[in-house]
Write a protein of this length. Structure first.
Length: 240
């Protein structure tokens, strides 16, 4: 069955999250006087990401609110378990200012969205919250490219669970086989989508490879020809 819609991940797919995260964390550590607490910005980011994964899994398992997992992440990062909700929220808010200053799309995002605009419908499915991602897409100037934005915090289920992908298909009123999902994580995004009946496409920007069972591209510029639509970029798909 022909693909009629493209469902997108946001962070490190359309939006250069890794770059913004690094620049934002560096500026925030400096402003907060925390630079000496880490060997480098990279070490601080590794710790931040470890805690993000840990507390996100708690949220996925249920029993903890989205905001509370974020507060616990801040407490653990600072080694300050007694931090109040207001204090944790304020610290995270200051971090966001630095992080958002560094927001940018990948260079291939807008050209490919333009190429695909006439041939496919578009929507977002993200393991985040509507409050975060809707605002991000608006600041980046691309919110109007997508019919709907669905996020795990509101759905109550996260990728790679089939229910997350199926909720997006239902919102589009399309069968899973009519929808392609594009994301930067081979298992959470591409494999999860494929197991839910969608066409899962792994955006492997680092060209790491090693997953022959997945449809793989190394740039969004390869996506039009992979989908069988526009071929203005003339780049074939990459597998394996």
């Amino acid at each position: 069955m022909a693909i009629r819609a493209v469902l997108w991940d946001v962070d490190d797919t359309l939006f250069d999250y890794a770059r913004a995260d690094h620049l934002g964390m560096g500026a925030h550590l400096t402003a907060e006087g925390l630079v000496d607490g880490f060997d480098s910005v990279d070490q601080a980011l590794r710790r931040w990401r470890e805690l993000t994964t840990l507390h996100w899994r708690r949220f996925e398992a249920g029993g903890i609110a989205f905001e509370e997992q974020r507060r616990d992440r801040v407490r653990d990062f600072l080694g300050a378990p007694g931090l109040t909700a207001a204090e944790a929220d304020a610290w995270f808010g200051r971090y966001l200012v630095h992080y958002e200053t560094a927001w940018t799309l990948f260079p291939d995002t807008l050209p490919v969205l333009d190429v695909l605009a006439d041939d496919y419908r578009h929507a977002i499915l993200s393991n985040s919250s509507i409050r975060n991602q809707d605002r991000k897409l608006r600041v980046l100037g691309i919110r109007d490219r997508f019919e709907t934005v669905l996020c795990a915090a509101e759905l109550g289920v996260a990728k790679p669970a089939p229910e997350a992908f199926h909720a997006a298909c239902t919102a589009l009123d399309l069968r899973p086989s009519e929808v392609a999902y594009v994301g930067d994580q081979p298992d959470i995004d591409a494999r999860g989508a494929a197991e839910a009946g969608l066409r899962g496409i792994w955006l492997d920007r680092a060209d790491t490879g090693g997953r022959p069972g997945l449809d793989r591209i190394t740039s969004l510029r390869q996506l039009p020809s992979l989908l069988g639509g526009g071929t203005r970029f003339g780049a074939g798909s990459t597998f394996g």
